[in-house]
Structure formats: structure tokens, C-alpha cells
Design a protein around this ligand. Structure first.
Ligand code: ZN
Length: 179
């Protein structure tokens, strides 16, 4: 399997294609483009519509391959959205807002951060500590936005000390489901 098809599969591309993969100073740069005969979805309402123009190229840090840094590059489309009656940026499947880290990398960093110290995760994936913090924040926000607390009726609260000193974590449990 080539790097291009690996990226295509892991990003779940439908309206975009990999145009080239370049080795640039030990870093893999994956160039992406929009498939011209398809209409991309509006990032606000999801309506598929015509492309009006393109924004300047953006780059995203992606999941490293065998320890080699991978970067995605793409010029986002602006859609003439008939539903919003305005020009809107397309919904980019691998991107979360203006974050310079790809969605799959956010998931990988946030998953490892549950098991390892955040500075260890940063060093393993060759990213800064603040990138790991951003990934965890985004994963938590994603989870909270989709969590349904309407059936929780009984909670337990516990304060646990973390490391030495006075750093505490407050854990809130659903006592009925014990989660
Ligand atoms: Zn729209």
C-alpha cells in the first residue's frame, strides 16, 4: 500500500484526492486537492454547492508514519452556499476549525494521553506539549458536546491528588451505572 492510498483510506476521502507525496527534509508532505466535478459541503449547514474560489494553502500535522512526520497541505474551497445565501468555507473532513492538527492526529494524541504522561506522548509523536494539550481539549469538547446526561440522577464526587504537591483531579461518577 502506498503512502497516498494509506492517507486516502485513513482520512476517508470522498471529495478530495491525494495529488502528490513528497519527501522534504525527512518529513512526508502530502498534497491534497478537491475533486473538481464534485460539490463540497458548506461548513455551516452541510449543503453541497458550487465552489466559488479557493483560500491560500493551509497545512496540518498528521499521524506520523514509522516515526516520520507527516504534513497535509491543501487549499480550502469556498462554497457559494444557496442555503446560507453566503460564501462559506467547505467542511474539510480531516480538519477541526482552525486547528493545525488533523482530526486523526487529535484522536491518536488524546487516546495515548489517557495512558501516558503528556510530555511522553509529545516526545513519542514529535509534537509540542501544547499540541497534546490542544488535542485533549478538543477530544474532551467533542465528547462533552455529544454526551447525554439527561438520565443521570445520582452522582458521586471524589477528589484525587495527582503527583506530589497540591494538584488534584475532581472525578464525577454516575453512581447508578458506575461510569
Ligand atoms: Zn451553508
Amino acid at each position: 500500500m502506498s503512502v497516498a492510498s494509506l492517507v486516502r483510506t485513513t482520512l476517508g476521502l470522498k471529495h478530495h484526492k491525494v495529488t502528490k507525496v513528497v519527501d522534504s527534509g525527512g518529513r512526508v508532505i502530502v498534497h491534497l486537492d478537491w475533486i473538481r466535478r464534485r460539490w463540497p459541503p458548506c461548513s455551516v449547514c452541510g449543503t453541497y454547492d458550487k465552489v466559488r474560489d479557493r483560500l491560500p494553502e493551509r497545512s496540518w500535522r498528521h499521524v506520523p508514519l514509522w516515526g516520520i512526520a507527516v504534513e497535509l497541505r491543501y487549499r480550502p474551497c469556498r462554497v457559494a452556499c444557496s442555503c446560507c445565501e453566503a460564501i462559506k468555507v467547505e467542511a474539510i473532513p480531516w480538519s477541526a476549525g482552525k486547528s493545525p492538527i488533523s482530526e486523526p492526529l487529535i484522536v491518536v494524541l488524546a487516546t495515548w494521553s489517557r495512558l501516558l504522561a503528556w510530555d511522553v506522548v509529545a516526545s513519542l509523536f514529535g509534537v509540542s506539549w501544547s499540541t497534546v494539550v490542544e488535542a485533549v481539549d478538543r477530544a474532551v469538547a467533542y465528547g462533552r458536546a455529544r454526551k447525554d446526561y439527561s438520565r443521570v440522577t445520582l452522582i458521586g464526587i471524589d477528589e484525587l491528588s495527582r503527583r506530589r504537591g497540591h494538584i488534584y483531579h475532581t472525578n464525577v461518577y454516575d453512581l447508578e451505572t458506575r461510569s
